[in-house]
Ligand binder design. Structure first.
Ligand SMILES: NC(=O)c1ccc[n+]([C@@H]2O[C@H](COP(=O)([O-])OP(=O)(O)OC[C@H]3O[C@@H](n4cnc5c(N)ncnc54)[C@H](OP(=O)(O)O)[C@@H]3O)[C@@H](O)[C@H]2O)c1
Length: 337
């Protein structure tokens, strides 16, 4: 029987700034037979998420840093090619925290089985029907708590999470303003997703002035995907009792010693609530969230964009596109079967 060879992109050193090929080289290793209770997955889709950059560092985070020498960690969807578990047969499809590699070996107990029979493209379980959609759903509704008639401001609004946040906010009867990094993205938000107003933060000049102009009645909910100067500007535009849902701070991930926000006094001045969250806080409600997201997608009420890039060879440069804004929606690597 031929030995399976696993190509792995692994963390050799912790990046300072943007990760390089020296930080994340690859190696080819044989795939061992699974130990009792384990399965071997041939990965089909690898999710690329900004959070992975955080796990490459060793600052405290919501999960352990990636250990040096380990494959870069990502959520993957793969087909079982070897099983030493009664719960998974060869041919089953599973979703699990795996790595930037062709084969992932994990305990079956950590895997969620996916049903291919419904005909839903598997990559959607990494995007709108997976962690991305759930982040938008719970982050907006449970942390942002928007009420009809309120103004919701979203940053990285044309991204995987942000584009869903804005559409759910519209469904709540809110006025929705999105910030994104190109005219093309802004046009998509306004013309196709129904955002009320958009700001191209790369060309708008003064952020505060641009937010005030786009939100003449102030901001009640700020869904923060970026942190940095945009957060500071948004803080100055918040209404009394506004809520800030802190989802991510992508503008700081590749900036060692990035300065913190300066305008926190506004929390006192306007009795503002700021709450960070991670999607796994809502793990016990994922079923509810996925059912609602799927119902909206099926009804044509929720649009999404995903960009599927073929092959593992360019996974690092593909990942880096999250940080220059060239991705169009949820970024996924596909490894053809
Ligand atoms: N809390 C959670 O559980 C959770 C879960 C998933 C994601 N997140 C966070 O949500 C945010 C969005 O993630 P995503 O997966 O949806 O990625 P994404 O928005 O699809 O892609 C990242 C986008 O961020 C924007 N961006 C990159 N660098 C920026 C900078 N310096 N300043 C402003 N914008 C910048 C770019 O869009 P532009 O062209 O508009 O600049 C880029 O396309 C990230 O902060 C991520 O860490 C949090």
């Amino acid at each position: 029987m031929t030995t399976l060879i696993n190509r792995q992109y692994y963390l050799d050193s912790r990046p300072e700034g943007l990760p390089t090929a020296a930080n994340v080289p690859y190696r080819d290793v044989p795939v061992a037979d699974p130990a009792d209770g384990d399965v071997v997955l041939k990965n089909l889709y690898i999710s690329l998420d900004p959070a992975i950059r955080g796990w490459m560092g060793d600052d405290p985070n919501y999960i352990e840093p990636i250990a040096l020498g380990d494959p870069v960690r990502s959520t993957v969807i793969g087909r079982v090619v070897k099983s030493a578990s009664p719960d998974f047969a060869v041919g089953d499809v599973a979703q699990v925290m795996g790595g930037w590699e062709t084969y992932t070996t994990v305990p079956a107990a950590m895997c969620a089985k996916l049903d291919e029979s419904a005909g839903i493209p598997l990559s959607l379980f990494l995007g709108v029907l997976g962690p991305t959609g759930l982040t938008a759903y719970f982050g907006l509704l449970e942390v942002g708590r928007p009420r009809p008639g309120e103004t919701v401001l979203v940053s990285a609004a044309a991204g995987a999470v942000g584009s869903i946040v804005g559409q759910i906010a519209k469904m709540q009867g809110c006025r929705v303003v999105g910030m994104a990094g190109s005219d093309d993205k802004c046009a998509w938000l306004k013309n196709e997703l129904g955002f009320d107003e958009v700001i191209n933060y790369r060309t708008c000049g003064d952020y505060q002035a641009a937010i005030r102009a786009a939100c003449p009645e102030g901001v009640d909910v700020y869904f923060d995907n970026v942190g940095g100067e945009i957060l500071d500007a948004a803080l100055m535009c918040l209404n009394k009792y506004a809520r800030v849902a802190v989802c991510g701070w992508i503008s700081t991930y590749n900036v060692p010693d990035a300065p913190g926000p300066k305008n926190l006094w506004q929390l006192v001045a306007e009795s503002i609530t700021v709450q960070g969250f991670v999607v796994i806080d809502y793990m016990d409600r994922f079923e509810e969230g996925i059912a609602q997201l799927a119902a909206w997608v099926l009804a044509g009420e929720l649009q999404f964009r995903e960009e599927v890039v073929d092959g593992l060879d360019d996974i690092l440069p593909t990942f880096l596109r999250l940080f220059d804004g060239s991705n169009r929606g949820k970024l996924v690597v596909r490894i053809p079967e």
